[in-house]
Design a protein around this ligand. Structure first.
Ligand code: ADP
Ligand code: MG
Length: 557
């Protein structure tokens, strides 16, 4: 089919050549192998099923998690003169019926459907009667409870699909590349190892930065002043933060729109359109914004707070620079962000196992914020992109750019590692910092930790500075953490070499975080209170409390 695929690419889509992974995916599909395509955001996953969908007889059914996403895709296909439609809850029952009739008559090559459709008998009866060319699971990580956006309705499609007489081939597409998620998708959709197409995850035009110890609003204002006409997205952790920041920016004359689940559908639509059409340059939003947004000239993504996982971070940050031009992804870190994420995990309705899993992902995210190694490599290593990660230095992330001043902290590291060992590896970061500081806290006395030989060894440092160093040792894998809300510290094997003086531990000059600005703390506290209240009201659970509304639904069954 290669020749035909190329022809379709050129005549219908107007592109000359395939991008990495596209041809291979299309080949597998045309040979009727169930296929999983793992490619970064903006990598061109849609074409992977759209081209076979055009080439094969029958109708391609695409399962998609978001109404806005379906609409965009269908609009794009229709604009190219390709018969496509969608069917979801945004249509009236009358419209749904009309479309179902048209689908039955074979009018469409592509039908986008929400996962819930497969529970509807009228939809299923049409599906049973038409020739289907392929079934595609877009954003396929939604099928996996290990993914960052699990939707039970995605998973329950599978038994319903088995009622269909003939599905020639199934294709799954995602930008999430963690092994858990991949093997989950593989198992559920019966995909052989040979039919997983995984492209490199590196987005060489993105420069990653972690910024610590800065007053966030001030940082953003000065960044924006330097990038006045550039399009960008600022992700906040809460709706309240989004409101406040957008307001501030507008007051200072910036062209800002906002987007979060607390706004009406109309307000959201307007904001989105204004941003996409460059009428507003920045979008201040919660993570409710962005899935499926195909805006090519986004020059920066700023995270006002640390997200819950590297998967979420890379997906959100990956919305920058789809046109291949240089773009910046900046994460503004403060220790309070960790508290917020822990709170969200605790408050969610996940079972213990899932919570542990979330804590593990959170720890990886924290490690990203604390490492002094290359940020790009650190992300790629997380996604098991070994080849790219082994390059060890991208040369343009904030850590690579900050290589001038190396400090030997081997001695401090030895003190910290031996303190952890002497505490029998039963305590976490904060108690370890307290012991090394020589804190008079009653809990120290209670556990008899003031009698340890490491007590007060680092009394010249502040507790915060000690904490920073411990977290650095965790991020650099000298120390490990157990999973959970209060993870205990353990020594990794290589720590022995540091203790024996066989290894030198280098830290690059990171500015020691200035104490958090007070107004930020206050703001965060209020956001937390607001959240608590909202959860108590049992109204909408915020979208970033992952799995929770899903599990909620299950509970109420
Ligand atoms: P993904 O779903 O992987 O995030 P999309 O399928 O939305 O990415 O594609 C991102 C952009 O890349 C789209 O604007 C698409 O038209 C474009 N694109 C896809 N394939 C090619 C190609 N072979 N050549 C040029 N542009 C492409
Ligand atoms: Mg896509």
């Amino acid at each position: 089919m290669t020749k035909q695929a190329e022809q379709i690419l050129q005549t219908y889509f107007g592109y000359q050549t395939f991008r990495a992974g596209q041809k291979q995916t299309i080949d597998h599909i045309s040979e009727r192998h169930n296929t999983l395509a793992v490619m970064p955001t903006g990598g061109g996953k849609s074409l992977c099923y759209q081209i076979p969908g055009m080439a094969l007889d029958g109708t391609a059914i695409i399962i998609s998690p978001l109404i806005s996403l379906m609409k965009d895709q269908v609009d794009a296909l229709q604009a190219l003169g390709i018969p496509a439609t969608y069917i979801n809850s945004s249509l009236t029952p009358g419209e749904q019926q009309t479309r179902l009739n048209d689908i039955k008559s074979g009018k469409y090559k592509f039908v986008y459907a929400a996962p819930e459709r497969f529970e509807s008998s009228s939809f299923m009866s049409v599906m049973k009667r038409i020739p289907i060319s392929l079934i595609a699971f877009d954003e396929a990580h939604c099928i996996s409870q290990w993914g960052h956006d699990f939707r039970p309705s995605y998973r329950s499609i599978i038994p319903n699909l088995s009622q269909l007489p003939d599905i020639p081939v199934t294709v799954a597409l995602t930008a999430t590349a963690t092994t858990d998620v991949i093997s989950d998708i593989q198992g559920l959709l019966d995909i052989q190892n040979d039919h997983i197409v995984k492209t490199g995850f590196e987005r060489a035009n993105l420069s990653f930065h972690v910024v610590k110890g800065k007053d966030k609003p001030t940082y953003i204002r000065s960044f924006m002043a330097e990038h006045r006409d550039e399009s960008g997205i600022i992700y906040t952790a809460t709706r309240k933060q989004a409101d406040a920041l957008c307001e501030q920016l507008r007051k200072r004359g910036f062209s800002a729109a906002k987007y979060h689940a607390g706004l009406s559908e109309n307000e959201r639509k307007e904001a989105q359109t204004a941003f996409i059409h460059d009428e507003k340059t920045v979008m201040v939003a919660t993570n409710a914004f962005g899935m499926g947004i195909d805006k090519s000239n986004v020059r920066f993504i700023i995270h006002y707070a640390m997200p819950m996982s590297i998967e979420s971070y890379y997906q959100e940050a990956g919305r920058a620079g789809r046109d291949g031009e240089h773009s910046d992804c900046i994460l503004l870190f403060s220790p309070q962000d960790v508290q917020l994420q822990k709170f969200l995990i605790e408050q969610s309705f996940m079972d213990e196992g899932s919570k542990q899993n979330e804590y593990r992902k959170l720890q990886a995210m924290m490690n990203y914020c604390h490492t002094h190694g290359c940020l790009t490599s650190s992300i790629l290593a997380y996604f098991n992109d070994k080849e790219a990660a082994s390059k060890s230095s991208c040369g343009h992330c904030s850590n690579c750019l900050n290589r001038q001043n190396r400090v030997d902290i081997t001695e401090e590291a030895q003190m910290i590692l031996s303190c952890v060992k002497r505490m029998d590896e039963r305590f976490g970061v904060s108690m370890t910092a307290k012991v090394l500081k020589g804190s008079k806290s009653s809990r120290i006395q209670q556990f008899g930790l003031h009698r340890l030989s490491t007590y007060g060894l680092l009394s010249a440092y502040t507790e915060k500075e000690i904490t920073e160093r411990i977290q650095f040792l965790v991020a650099e894998k000298w120390l490990a953490t157990a999973d959970g809300k209060f993870p205990t510290l353990k020594l990794n094997q290589n720590a022995a070499d540091v203790l024996k003086g066989k290894e030198t531990v280098w830290m690059y000059t990171t500015p020691i975080p200035a104490s958090e600005p007070e107004d930020y703390q206050k703001e965060l506290f209020e956001s937390l209170r607001e959240l608590r209240k909202r959860m108590a009201d049992e109204q909408a659970v915020p979208p970033y409390v992952l799995f929770s509304d899903a599990t909620l639904k299950e509970l109420s069954r």
